[in-house]
Design a protein around this ligand. Structure first.
Ligand code: ADP
Ligand code: TRP
Length: 327
């Protein structure tokens, strides 16, 4: 890992709660993969966060393993990135306890994710309520400088900064004040119904779905009822929004013309999108299969990532304990 130590730290986590969709991929997973090498990159599976909503042991274990394979398949490079499971560093829960003693209940009540839940009439567990504090510990303990996330996570990163400031004011300067890293053009990927693509809206295209699942999702993309030869506005079309992510030039411009001059039906546009998607995902599927067939290699990558991140957080936690007076 040449130059690894001189670079700034970028850190991001993703919850293993079901299969990643194209919103997760383009909004957050790909941007982290693309900046590997520019930063000291830490990517982790947020399994402690997952149990705020997922309490089936077998389902959780399977989700964790699948997400590990997904990340390796999309190009996580162990030479450039420390890859680990959040639960392999229980120090984050110790730190979140210390942070819990610095924040107030009304301050946590401001979190959008919590407010959304409550407004839907879902009773929040203490863990769910405390989600932003654990996330702050994830970010601050390994001393991240930047946090690549989708737009909906900005508030959580802001809250981590506030906690950092509060800790530093009370106990002496120690933590950084990390910034979110958002790629504007992929900040919100829309789903098959035109809303933000999200597991909760049932409008997703699963990144590693089967051909059949992907076909069903793409063919189900909602459009208006314009006829094939009518002029259409590509910028208002849910299919075209996905073409922009997947279809390459010069075909993309041809499709655009098909919309603007008429002649391209929505059905045809979907068919091309499906073909292009299957071509786009093919090498990643092959890579995923390789790791699936070689669990020993997967184990070794995680072991190494976890060994390294443990060293870092143990050192930092020792300092935190000293600052707090827990020695
Ligand atoms: P979901 O909304 O499906 O439950 P998560 O909340 O688990 O997705 O999101 C995991 C990560 O992927 C977060 O960083 C989030 O910002 C990003 N993300 C999720 N959906 C989208 C989307 N439609 N567009 C851009 N980023 C997204
Ligand atoms: N809350 C993030 C999500 O729902 C996952 C997450 C947990 C995370 N800890 C993090 C993301 C730390 C970035 C940094 O997507």
């Amino acid at each position: 890992m040449k130059d690894f130590n001189e670079k700034k730290i970028a850190l991001s986590g993703i919850k293993p709660t079901g299969r990643p969709h194209l919103g997760n991929y383009f909004g957050m997973m790909k941007p982290t993969i693309d900046i590997q090498g520019d930063f000291k990159m830490y990517i982790f599976i947020a399994d402690f966060h997952a149990i705020t909503t997922m309490q089936n042991k077998d389902e959780l274990k399977l989700s964790i393993y699948n997400l590990i394979l997904d990340y390796l398949a999309i190009g996580l490079d162990q030479e450039k990135t420390l890859f680990y499971r959040q639960s392999s560093i229980p120090e984050v829960t110790e730190l979140s306890w210390i942070f819990n003693c610095l924040v107030t209940v009304p301050w946590l009540e401001r979190a959008h994710a919590f407010k959304d839940r409550v407004s839907k009439g879902i009773e929040a567990s203490v863990g769910l309520f405390d989600y932003p504090v654990l996330m702050a510990a994830d970010i601050l303990l390994p001393m991240a400088d930047i946090v690549p996330v989708g737009r909906d996570q900005i508030q959580h990163v802001e809250m981590a900064r506030e906690i950092s400031r509060k800790f530093n004011n009370i106990y002496g300067k120690f933590f950084k004040e990390p910034r979110e890293y958002i790629k504007e053009e992929v900040a919100t990927i829309i789903g098959t119904d035109g809303q933000k693509m999200s597991k909760s809206y049932g409008n997703t295209i699963p990144l590693f779905g089967t051909d059949k699942e992907i076909k069903k999702a793409i063919m189900g993309i909602v459009t208006d009822s314009k006829k094939p030869d009518e002029v259409k506005n590509p910028d208002e079309c849910n299919i075209f929004a996905l073409h922009k992510l997947i279809t390459k030039e010069p075909q993309l411009s041809e499709i655009k013309k098909g919309y603007e001059y008429g002649g391209l039906s929505y059905g045809e546009s979907k068919k091309i999108l499906l073909e292009n998607y299957l071509e786009f995902i093919r090498p990643m599927r092959e890579k995923r299969k390789y790791y699936e067939d070689n669990p020993g290699i997967v184990r070794q990558i995680l072991d190494e990532g976890e060994r390294n991140i443990k060293k870092i957080v143990k050192e930092n936690m020792k300092e935190v304990r000293k600052l707090v007076g827990l020695t």
